[in-house]
Unconditional design. Structure first.
Length: 319
């Protein structure tokens, strides 16, 4: 089967990408404005490439602080790292972002676009904290830029993720942003369907409800994939119950923690070491602000993976 290529917008630390990569999709580009999150994206991509090449020992050396980040990145193809584009998506630079993506595409076509703009402007908490209730906040309108990518690349499907507050967030004219958003996507040529899903139903140890909107180019209905729920057989406490206390804001403790798990002999320790290793793109020698992104891919990838598997079938059928 031919490669299925996807573009990740507002990529964050790569939670959506992690799932779609595991489902067999190939990333063309990840566009993200936060530099620390971009390091996480690059580190995760580098880890996967080294693992496939049988060179994961280089990654282990990086974790132990034996080599620098630059030396670590030098071990993987530059073409891989260049898929991470550190840009804030703006009207002023969108043509430049398009050009970078086109360079990475090298004449190929994008099958899928995934991503969701920052959620603060739509969230109930964000609106409650803002003196203007987030009315007029520029982040409310990033979906319009998302639409420009749909018009430019015409993927067969797209996946748009955001907080449940999106369903009630209103514009200055009292109309719902969600309704305006779906109308714009229809103008771009896409039918849309959505559901509110809870990540806890799909293997994540957290109640995290999100709106997952699927867009299909052209005509069609009832195309939303049925994602079977996963029975939860474990809890957070089982993973962390016997770990040593870690000081807040300690940067060195992560690598020490990893080595401690490697020395562990109990079943729980082996499981935790496996989780860390498999999701180890989240661990970095980085600045304090980067710590915000360390664990996001590990927490969020099961549901995107399941969506990726379902969309692989849909995209293949529609080809």
């Amino acid at each position: 089967m031919a490669k299925l290529r996807y573009l990740d917008l507002f990529a964050g630390a790569g939670g959506l990408s992690e799932g779609f990569i595991r489902a067999g999709f190939t990333p063309v580009s990840h566009v993200e404005m936060d530099a620390a999150a971009c390091y996480t994206l690059k580190t995760r991509l580098a880890y996967k490439w080294l693992l496939n090449e049988g060179k994961s020992d280089i990654y282990d050396s990086y974790l132990r602080g034996e080599i620098t980040r630059n030396a670590f990145y030098a071990e993987v193809p530059e073409s891989l790292l260049s898929t991470v584009l550190n840009y804030e998506i703006l009207w002023d630079n969108i043509e430049e972002v398009f050009q970078k993506i086109d360079d990475n595409l090298d004449g190929e076509k994008i099958d899928l676009i995934v991503g969701g703009p920052p959620c603060q402007a739509y969230s109930l908490i964000g609106r409650a904290r803002d003196e203007n209730g987030m009315l007029g906040d520029k982040r409310n309108y990033l979906y319009k830029l998302y639409g420009e990518f749909l018009k430019k690349y015409r993927p067969k499907y797209f996946v748009f993720e955001n907080v449940t507050g999106l369903l009630s967030a209103k514009d200055t004219d009292e109309k719902l942003h969600f309704d305006k958003m779906r109308a714009l996507f229809q103008q771009c040529g896409y039918k849309t369907e959505y559901k509110t899903l809870n990540a806890a139903d799909y293997g994540v140890l957290q109640n995290r409800k999100r709106i997952i909107l699927i867009g299909k180019y052209g005509d069609g209905e009832k195309f939303y994939p049925e994602i079977p729920k996963i029975e939860r057989t474990y809890f957070v406490g089982e993973i962390f119950k016997d770990l040593p206390f870690l000081r807040a804001r300690s940067l060195r403790c992560i690598a020490c923690f990893f080595r401690l798990l490697q020395r562990g002999s109990s079943h729980d320790s082996v499981v935790r070491c496996h989780l860390l290793r498999k999701c180890s793109g989240i661990i970095m020698n980085a600045s304090p602000q980067a710590s915000l992104f360390r664990f996001i891919p590990a927490v969020s990838c099961p549901l995107p993976r399941l969506f990726g598997q379902a969309l692989t079938r849909l995209v293949t059928v529609s080809s």
